[in-house]
Design a binder for this molecule. Structure first.
Ligand SMILES: C[S@@+](CC[C@H](N)C(=O)[O-])C[C@H]1O[C@@H](n2cnc3c(N)ncnc32)[C@H](O)[C@@H]1O
Length: 215
């Protein structure tokens, strides 16, 4: 399954990783998908295209991101949002498109064909997730803040999704530059006795409820 990049940046750029991710989503066929950490919206668009193929218009995508580098967000880990190493893309966004691809407006535009299915939220997951009704969500892609406390907060907020037989797929499980991700996931899984599969060369941690088989 092809993961397209839409002339933007994405954390799933490594060869084969985006396709692996989409296969994982396809296997579960979720109807209400939450992405924590939308960035330029590339994964969001790929997910919406896939869910549209599966369900037609009968799906929802919720995307949450800070969508801004500010003093208030200075403690959060935000990847380089510009195209500093690609002058052509930098020129395109600055002078032709005249748009910051890391903005709510730009992501809304990228997802315009799914405008009735999407809900984009600008805010910090440490505050916003507590206000979202998680009972309707059946798949979470957790790829927002990479600090231990933020990952643990996000996971705790997703507890209900797992209990309701949903899936939480976490990116960057074994990333050297962000050891707090692995630490938070391992603690959360141990404490709640959930099943955790580490897949795609240690890239993703897939957290689900343990299936109890009746003998
Ligand atoms: C690695 S990028 C996400 C990439 C995206 N999922 C993709 O597949 O292309 C992480 C994003 O999380 C956002 N982020 C960091 N801390 C956050 C927080 N506490 N709440 C919400 N978003 C956060 C950053 O602004 C950034 O856009």
């Amino acid at each position: 399954m092809e993961y397209k990049k839409y002339y933007r940046k994405t954390s799933l750029k490594q060869k084969g990783v985006g396709s692996f991710f989409l296969e994982e989503v396809l296997e579960k066929k979720p109807k209400t998908f939450l992405e924590i950490g939308v960035f330029h919206g590339v994964t969001a668009r790929n997910v919406c295209e896939l869910l549209f193929k599966i369900h037609g218009n009968n799906f929802n995508y919720i995307g949450l991101d800070l969508f801004e580098e500010s003093d208030e967000n200075k403690n959060e880990v935000i990847p380089n949002t510009t195209f500093s190493s690609n002058p052509v893309k930098q020129f395109y966004y600055k002078y032709i498109k005249r748009q910051n691809p890391y903005s709510l407006e730009a992501v809304e535009e990228l997802l315009a064909k799914f405008k009735n299915n999407i809900h984009l939220i600008k805010g910090n997951s440490n505050k916003v997730l507590k206000k979202i009704d998680m009972s309707k969500i059946d798949y979470v892609f957790l790829d927002g803040g990479h600090e231990y406390n933020t990952v643990l907060n996000d996971l705790n907020c997703c507890h209900e999704v797992i209990i309701n037989n949903g899936t939480v797929l976490c990116d960057d499980y074994d990333l050297e530059q962000a050891p707090g991700v692995k630490q938070a996931i391992d603690e959360f899984v141990d404490k709640n006795d959930f099943n955790c599969s580490i897949v795609c060369d240690d890239r993703f941690a897939k957290i689900e409820k343990i299936e109890l088989s009746i003998i």
